[in-house]
Design a binder for this molecule. Structure first.
Ligand code: NIG
Ligand code: FE
Length: 415
């Protein structure tokens, strides 16, 4: 039986609950001088530090000396598995070309597709491990990974298999999403119905055991709402959970479409409309916001956070890690940008990176808060108040990462 006592916690900060909380219910609990007792990877007791020392003092323990403890961050939207790099395209964009122009020319997503198709599975595993390691140092204990840089049967399968292999290769929990509908691959440009057919009749059924969710990029240059309906219907019939890349660069009603399909989340949403937000609110669809992506793209529009509050739509945050629009690793950065760039409150952003992020991948009952019964995924932050996450926006305060009750990262120590 493995046991761990964490004591002398200056501030233990957490939301409470097992499902996504909308803006009207955003509350954080702050416990001073707390302790946490962990047994078999789960949180088993929380209380005043002194009481827990008396009860469990003989167990293996860590004195955190007044530091802050928070739930491990959940990154619920990444495109972690790819080869190659797009710095050349980044430069072109900074000189005035647009993302959609480059995408329509066969660049953008398709240039990463070419590099990823050429890469061996082993090479992709090593690249993804390196990236997951950087994420761990920033406090990310759970990562959702989308495929979408293969765009043919064999290469989408290869990416999904790499994502599944990572479950045994990195400390984080990995949640896998099939995004075969990321864009139309170059070779199918003039036969898009054939690519759709390939997704619907072969990839979706055959990949069911490799992915928990299906996602689709609904956008000019990617898939239309009508095409999305065909794919999402099939995915739903097969029992996948649904996620949608929605309203990133234009309002195509993607948020509402996601809600119509009972999606657990609609993601990006820089251009989301009030109608879509109303539907998302009714269906309990979480809005996953990706501020580092908008920032990196120098987007003209940011998600209407005020309308999320008006319609009471739960907000989550993610890095959107990918080589085109968001080469970011850090949920801390996503939180900082959520607050200082998108206008979320610090409490909203904290919830968005923890419980609401967990809920947006259907893990709200297991992850995202520090409560008895939840998995013991915790961060020790080297600071005296959680507000320093925002007040010192470019200092990574993560000192120790605990995953399922085990120390998996300590600043300055390398395993
Ligand atoms: O989330 N929006 C679509 N997919 C990614 C970008 C992928 C790429 O440019 O390679 C995103 O921004
Ligand atoms: Fe994305």
């Amino acid at each position: 039986m493995s046991e761990l006592l964490i004591f002398n916690i200056g501030e233990l900060v957490t939301a409470e609950g097992g499902s996504a909380l909308p803006p009207s219910r955003v509350r954080l609990k702050v416990f001073k001088d707390a302790g946490i007792f962990i047994k078999n990877g789960r949180i088993s007791d929380i209380g005043p530090s002194g009481d827990l020392i008396k009860k469990y003092g003989s167990s293996f323990s860590i004195d955190v000396d007044g530091m802050v403890v928070v739930p491990g961050f959940v990154d619920p939207h990444t495109h972690l598995i790819y080869a190659g790099c797009r710095h050349d395209e980044f430069l072109r964009k900074l000189h005035g070309e647009s993302y959609v122009e480059i995408l329509k020319e066969g660049g953008g997503i398709n240039s990463t597709v070419m590099a990823t198709r050429e890469a061996e599975e082993e090479a992709l595993v090593e690249l993804a491990k390196y990236r997951a390691d950087l994420m761990l140092a920033g406090g990310t204990t759970t990562v959702e990974i989308k495929s979408g840089y293969g765009l043919d049967y064999q290469n989408e399968k290869k990416i999904l298999e790499v994502a599944n292999r990572l479950k045994d290769e990195v400390p984080q929990d990995i949640v896998v999403t099939f995004l075969g509908a990321h864009t139309i691959p170059v070779e199918f440009r003039d036969r898009r119905e054939e690519y759709l057919e390939l997704i619907v009749s072969r990839m979706l059924p055959d990949f069911r055991h490799l992915a928990e969710f299906t996602d689709i990029f609904v956008e000019d240059g990617a898939f239309s709402p009508d095409e999305a309906r065909v794919i999402l219907k099939k995915a739903k019939d097969l029992g996948y959970g649904i996620k949608v890349h929605a309203d990133q660069l234009n309002d195509l009603g993607g948020g509402g479409l996601a809600a119509d399909f009972g999606a657990v989340s609609a993601e990006h949403l820089d251009y989301v409309s009030s109608e879509s937000l109303k539907k998302m609110s009714q269906n309990g669809t979480v809005g996953v916001l990706l501020p580092t992506s908008t920032f990196f793209m120098r987007g003209k529009r940011r998600p209407p956070v005020e309308l999320f509050r008006r319609y009471d739509v739960p907000m989550a945050l993610a890095t959107d890690h990918n080589p085109g629009t968001s080469p970011y690793y850090s949920m801390h950065s996503a939180m900082v940008f959520g607050v200082l760039y998108f206008g979320m409150t610090p409490e909203e952003a904290f919830l968005a990176a923890t419980l609401n992020a967990a809920a947006s991948i259907n893990r709200g009952n297991l992850l995202g808060t520090v409560e008895v019964g939840k998995q013991a995924d915790l961060l020790v932050l080297n600071t005296h108040s959680w507000v320093h996450l925002f007040y010192e926006p470019d200092r990574n305060p993560v000192e120790v990462v605990i995953k399922r009750g085990r120390i998996v990262y300590e600043k300055g120590h390398h395993s």
